[in-house]
Design a protein around this ligand. Structure first.
Ligand code: URA
Length: 444
């Protein structure tokens, strides 16, 4: 059955409900190139403004998923589990938890994205390891999961191609920040990977897409409900992204921190969140009875060296030069490393993820335009964290860049991310809620 595209747009514009078949028609025709960008843009804006109900969100996910192929990994033993984060600053958790979980015998087929705006992307981080290839063919994708129980790849043209086109259009038509559109986009890609279960890290705060905890919980519940409607057990954690994760921001700098954490060292927030999400993945895979038992197993995989060995195996299998993992110093540093010295004294009461994320983009770690390359060595090392007491003249952070930038401007930018106070701020829990098919629950 054929529909008039303008009629479908009008229906959504007038806040009426589109049927499953109407959404499928629109999405598939667009993916095939029969619907022009201007019509899809109008539809996306109507959906952005009027929303989509649960049935329409589910239909959108189905339509984007069926625009491509769903990978079949059923011949590989075990429950395949992935984790997806809605993105943040300094969020290197995928690099840590994927090898932890795979080293414990649970297959992890992981498809990730590139840095977007002020947020970093797992693919850019992996590519900062010289030689590492994220653009694997579907055949190679399956082989890597068969052989190593792990693949760290980019979205292939055959995985939810409608989402790829629609996401690029949303990026330039101010229609990204819509819960049903984000949910359909994320879940269509994840479901195409061939997973059996999924753990989500939905972030809120200045450095996240969702600025408030309430919106993050709403998005998490929508994602979980879509996952469950596809019979894929799904759990989401709600985590705070007011301040960056860990101390490193920037591609190679984050790989270095991940190597530290995989070896049982590194910042405690990064360690704790990696083991929590790993524990949840192991729980969904059925290899442990509770998330807490999974956390214990994840810690053992780090202290025994198993997790780090799995990381090295996959780096080598995907073309990465292991000499840089064994001797990270040989990678060198950016041309300029500027220390930012504290101008006053007191407790750090704000260390803003968004400001630091945009500063790292300015230094070269992210893209100002889609076609730009990222500088693997650029970024920020935080020497102090939220809640630390800092004396005048102490180093707050070091800025790494290969660009010749105005140092005064960088200093002003760095200071705009910080506030000081006389009393130590009360520590905020990193993870506030866990959301499953029964709804959100406070997490402690
Ligand atoms: N990440 C995605 O993959 N899609 C969105 O819409 C937003 C974030």
């Amino acid at each position: 059955m054929d529909y008039q595209i303008a009629e479908l747009i009008r229906k959504k514009r007038d806040n009426n409900i589109l049927s499953d078949i109407e959404i499928k028609f629109l999405v598939h025709e667009y993916a095939k190139g029969y619907v022009p960008d201007y019509q899809m843009s109008a539809f996306l804006m109507a959906a952005f403004l009027n929303g989509l109900n649960d049935q329409e969100s589910s239909s959108l996910t189905h339509a984007m998923l069926s625009s491509g192929s769903i990978l079949d990994l059923t011949h590989i033993p075990g429950i395949k589990v992935d984790k997806h984060s809605t993105g943040g600053v300094g969020d290197k958790l995928s690099l840590i938890l994927a090898p932890i979980v795979a080293s414990l015998g649970v297959p992890v087929p992981m498809v990730s994205g590139r840095g977007l705006g002020h947020t970093g992307g797992t693919l850019d981080k992996l590519e900062s390891i010289p030689g590492f290839r994220v653009d694997v063919t579907l055949k190679r994708y399956v082989e890597l999961v068969e052989k190593h129980g792990l693949v760290l790849a980019g979205q292939n043209d055959e995985m939810a191609p409608a989402d790829k086109k629609m996401y690029a259009l949303r990026d330039v038509t101010a229609t990204v920040e819509s819960i049903p559109l984000i949910a359909g986009s994320i879940m269509s890609k994840k479901l195409a990977e061939g997973i059996d279960a999924l753990v989500l890290d939905v972030k809120y705060g200045s450095g996240a897409f969702m600025k408030t905890q309430a919106h993050a919980i709403e998005l998490a519940q929508t994602l979980v409900d879509i996952g469950e409607s596809f019979n894929k057990p799904t759990i989401a954690f709600i985590s705070n992204m007011e301040t960056p994760t860990g101390l490193a921001i920037g591609n190679w700098l984050e790989v270095l921190e991940s190597i530290d954490v995989l070896q049982g060292n590194g910042p405690s927030d990064t360690q704790n969140q990696s083991t929590l999400l790993s524990g949840a993945m192991l729980y969904l895979a059925g290899t442990v009875p509770t998330i807490e038992a999974g956390i214990v197993e994840a810690k053992k995989a780090m202290s025994s060296g198993k997790a780090f060995q799995k990381f090295k195996d996959i780096v080598e299998a995907q073309g990465g030069d292991l000499s840089y993992i064994d001797r990270p110093d040989s990678r060198g540093t950016a041309k300029h490393c500027y220390p930012i010295l504290n101008s006053t004294q007191g407790y750090i009461t704000r260390l803003d993820a968004y400001q630091l994320g945009t500063l790292s983009v300015r230094l070269g770690a992210g893209r100002q335009q889609k076609e730009h390359d990222v500088d693997p060595l650029a970024g920020i090392i935080l020497e102090k964290k939220l809640g630390d007491y800092v004396q005048k003249g102490e180093t707050l952070m070091t800025l790494h860049t290969n660009k010749d930038l105005d140092v005064d401007e960088l200093e002003r930018w760095a200071f705009s991310s910080i506030e000081w106070g006389l009393t130590q701020p009360k520590p905020q829990p990193l993870v506030s809620h866990i959301v499953d098919k029964n709804g959100p629950k406070a997490y402690s």
